[in-house]
Ligand binder design. Structure first.
Ligand SMILES: [Zn+2]
Length: 386
């Protein structure tokens, strides 16, 4: 009964709502209003998987093109090796709509550990010699082996499909469960590509949830020790349990673009809040230039240490010659600090100048991005007229 309102699909020709039954089996639906044949195989597949996997909530695709364009521009400028012509040259080829069946595991983890915690103790040492008794205080650290427990509980999202598991982990692993939409209100566009649910729940849990929780619990244990003196931290076994598992559909935008003949992909969560990429256009001459600047900075010779040699040497020499400690000290010190100031001035100025060039170089991509965005221009391709 409620299934009929799961999704409303519209005729691609006239926009009338299509009558899709609760169990669509045919990939073609004829519009009642104008007779156009609408292909809906993607919807059929999405609906089949939704039922078979008992999906109960998910993240729909709700980001608008202007926002996706802005995220792509932001991603392109996130590397200091961005080619400076990237905004003129990139052509956005497609925006694909992907739906990945997945799991939201609500997990609880426990980890025991042993550690030697140190306590500062003051001890009095009494030594007796022929003419007197000396009492000296000595500070010592005394270690005691103790057991500790680290605990945490949180929801973790994992892909239920092998082909998108890396992308899902990068985009959704720690996603906010508050962003989940009930299955009743969850709909995907008719060009959606739904991934096959070929990752069993246990595999997903062992491969992605367990390692995350183990790392997290170790961090928590070390955090609780950060204000104490300790040594020999030994983590014990982790108990990670599933309190609840939700089956979810995770919407992902896959944006394909081309730069100088090579194709790149960027992935964005359905709500447009997080993005992920494996590769970005990269200007190797900028890599070389960054390295050259760093080399230049490292090559600045600082010979101000010579002032210590000169100052102290002079002091000793004068002392030997004149036997006047105060005069020798004053002259030595004047020479030391004068020379140090004189010799150190140029290297410091050189370093400052090179650092300024490095900072300006690193700012170039972000400045190019700001100029591009404030000019109101768009990347070439599918977003050019939004
Ligand atoms: Zn129609």
């Amino acid at each position: 009964m409620s299934e009929s309102k799961l999704m409303v699909y519209r005729c691609k020709s006239c926009g009338a709502a299509l009558q899709i039954g609760a169990n669509p089996t045919s990939s073609v639906v004829v519009c009642n209003a104008c007779g156009t044949q609408n292909r809906i195989e993607n919807i059929v597949k999405n609906d089949e998987i939704r039922k078979k996997q008992d999906i109960n909530s998910g993240v729909p695709l709700t980001a608008d093109p202007a926002h996706l364009h802005q995220i792509l521009v932001q991603a392109l400028a996130s590397s200091t090796n961005m080619p400076l012509d990237v905004f003129d040259e990139v052509e956005v080829l497609s925006e694909s709509h992907v739906c990945v069946p997945g799991y939201c595991f609500e997990v609880t983890g426990n980890m025991g550990y042993t550690v030697d915690v140190g306590n500062e103790r003051t001890r009095e040492h009494t030594s007796v010699s022929s003419d007197r008794i000396t009492v000296t205080e000595k500070k010592e650290i005394e270690y005691t082996t103790t057991n500790g427990q680290a605990f945490d509980s949180k929801p973790l999202f994992v892909s239920g499909s092998k082909e998108m598991s890396n992308v899902v982990t990068a985009l959704y692993h720690n996603h906010d469960t508050g962003a989940l939409v009930d299955v009743e209100d969850l709909s995907f566009p008719e060009d959606v590509y739904t991934c096959n649910p070929d990752m069993p729940q246990t595999t997903a849990f062992n491969q992605y949830v367990r390692p995350t929780m183990e790392k997290l619990l170790q961090q928590k244990a070390l955090q609780s020790l950060q204000n104490s003196i300790y040594r020999n931290f030994t983590p014990g076994g982790c108990m990670v349990s599933r309190d609840e598992t939700h089956r979810v559909f995770l919407g992902i935008y896959q944006i394909t673009y081309r730069y100088k003949g090579k194709e790149y992909y960027m992935y964005v969560t359905g709500d447009g809040r997080a993005f992920y990429y494996e590769d970005l256009p990269n200007d190797t001459s900028r890599v070389t230039k960054a390295k050259a600047l760093q080399d230049e900075l490292n090559a600045v010779k600082d010979i101000s240490w010579l002032s210590y040699v000169a100052g102290i040497g002079l002091f000793i020499l004068l002392l030997v010659l004149t036997h006047n400690f105060l005069v020798s000290l004053i002259i030595g010190a004047v020479v030391l600090f004068g020379l140090k100031f004189f010799l150190g001035r140029k290297p410091a100025a050189d370093r400052k100048a090179i650092q300024a060039r490095i900072d300006a170089f690193n700012r170039e991509p972000e400045e190019a991005r700001q100029r591009f965005m404030s000019s109101g221009r768009r990347l070439k391709g599918i977003y050019s007229s939004i």
